[in-house]
Design a protein around this ligand. Structure first.
Ligand code: HEC
Length: 156
């Protein structure tokens, strides 16, 4: 009877040991998996918190005289231009051009004839005024004379 009891106790011990081993195994395994998914978890040296300034996302924000979301200068007619001229293409396409009123008008006419730009009505004058005033052609002509050159002597 006691032998049987001993045996039973033994089995119990072994069973507990196995259970312990098994739980350790599961624990190690799951922490490994967790680590793989989230490698920063065991990095106890906390990195300083990164703060991201959430800027006011006002699309009509103007900073230093520039309409931030388009890059247009803030001047009379700005919003008319923004509303009528940035639906199909980026404002960059406009900003990379400098023209007089006549050529801005011609560009608008060209878009109306070929690119489905609708008639702008009274807004056209406002737009062209804005563009010709703020983005007139610049006369660069010849390049400026070079200055600050370090000439060197030719040696044999
Ligand atoms: C209905 C759509 C539409 C609207 C609105 C529109 N455009 Fe355009 N625009 C175009 C297309 C299409 C092109 C050609 C784009 C390309 O070549 O990739 C273009 C090209 C241009 C170009 C470049 C022309 C060139 O010769 O390279 C300028 C400048 C321009 N647009 C100015 C304006 C201005 C100013 C307004 C506001 C009055 C305006 N666009 C509104 C469709 C439009």
């Amino acid at each position: 009877m006691s032998e049987e009891f001993d045996f039973f106790n033994h089995v119990k011990k072994v069973y507990r040991l196995l259970l312990l081993l098994f739980s350790l195994f599961v624990l190690a395994g799951s922490s490994l998996v967790y680590y793989m998914v989230n490698p920063g978890f065991f990095n106890f040296k906390k990195s300083p918190e990164i703060q991201i300034a959430v800027e006011e996302l006002d699309p009509d924000r103007i900073e230093n005289g520039i309409h931030v979301s388009t890059g247009f200068v803030d001047a009379e007619g700005l919003m008319t231009v923004v509303r009528n001229c940035t639906a199909c293409h980026s404002s960059k396409l406009i900003l990379q051009n400098r023209m007089n009123a006549e050529r801005w008008n011609a560009t608008i006419k060209w878009m109306q004839e070929t690119q489905n730009l609708p008639d702008l009505g009274k807004n056209q004058e406002i737009i062209v005024n804005y563009l010709a005033t703020n983005y007139p052609p610049v006369d660069t002509g010849r390049r400026a004379i070079l200055t600050n050159i370090e000439w060197y002597e030719l040696k044999d």
